[in-house]
Design a binder for this molecule. Structure first.
Ligand code: ADP
Ligand code: MG
Length: 274
């Protein structure tokens, strides 16, 4: 059995050198004059190279947590540190695939994937090389000139993945990236994501509704309570890597992890997706 490369992970944790830390984080929103507390006392430590999933009921604050980590929103109380310093704005080393991200329909695949480099003023020839490289990596070689509408749902997701990865971020935040896809396609994209991540040492924080998906991908799964939200449960996934997305569910650990997470999560029946 091959081994996943997680550089300095154990020693980093022992030294207290977490890549990202949320300490006693609270978050309230005021809307229509009414203040509501969404996060109450959220504590999360993420080690460098770790794959952490966050699951929880709809409205529990999963996207809010990613927004805070990404630095596009600020906590009401508590502190968030990333790479040793307080998060005060958007970090150049964090890529964020939000729940609402989509491709620009009037731009080709290559033009969509190149957007993060355009924003960084990378010259066109260098950009074109980078785009070609990343398209090959995600299995979209030769599709650069296509428009999003000419692609299948899975290929559109791959394009978004390529756009997220193109500037080689150290940390990737993903908010329900494979949400609306059918089960087979989801498995294919999960396999792709694991393949792209393995050996890179990149840290991924992955939000999903899907318990099986969280188990399949993660080193650790955090379960949020409903509001005001705290981390209700933490499950360390013991399934060895490398993992075959089609085989993990037959691992002796899978059922125990599934039960523990199912019992911890407060899904309403109609939201239950597995
Ligand atoms: P989840 O991603 O777990 O479904 P969110 O983090 O999107 O949940 O939202 C958590 C709660 O915070 C929801 O009740 C939502 O309506 C509220 N909320 C999120 N963002 C804002 C905002 N900018 N203003 C007011 N309320 C917000
Ligand atoms: Mg959300």
């Amino acid at each position: 059995m091959g081994e996943m490369i997680l550089p300095n992970r154990e020693s980093a944790v022992a030294d207290g050198q977490f890549l990202a830390r949320l300490q006693h984080v609270g978050k309230s929103f005021v809307s229509a004059g009414k203040r509501s507390e969404i996060l109450s006392d959220v504590n999360i430590d993420i080690a460098p190279g770790e794959f952490v999933s966050v699951i929880g009921p709809s409205g529990s604050g999963k996207s809010t947590i990613l927004n805070l980590l990404a630095g596009i929103d600020m906590p009401t109380s508590g502190s968030i540190t990333y790479d040793g310093s307080r998060v005060r704005g958007v970090s150049k080393t964090i890529a964020y695939l939000t729940q609402h991200d989509s491709l620009l329909p009037w731009r080709t695949v290559a033009e969509n994937v190149g957007v993060p480099l355009e924003i960084r003023n990378v010259p066109a020839p260098e950009r074109a090389r980078a785009v070609d490289g990343i398209l090959a990596k995600v299995g979209l070689e030769g599709y650069g000139k296509h428009y999003p509408r000419q692609l299948s749902g899975g290929m559109q997701k791959r394009t978004m993945l390529a756009r997220t990865l193109i500037y080689d971020p150290k940390t990737i935040l993903m908010d329900e990236p494979f949400g609306p896809l059918d089960a087979q396609l989801k498995l294919a994209l999960q396999a792709e994501l694991l393949r792209l991540w393995t050996g890179t040492g990149k840290t991924i924080v992955f939000v999903t509704h899907d318990i099986a998906e969280a188990i399949t991908l993660s080193d650790r799964v955090l379960v949020l309570s409903s509001q005001p939200t705290v981390i209700k449960h933490e499950e360390r996934i013991l399934i060895p890597r490398p993992r075959d997305v089609h085989e993990v569910r037959f691992s002796p650990h899978f059922e125990a992890h599934y039960r523990a997470l199912w019992n911890a999560i407060e899904l309403r029946r109609e939201q239950a997706v597995a």
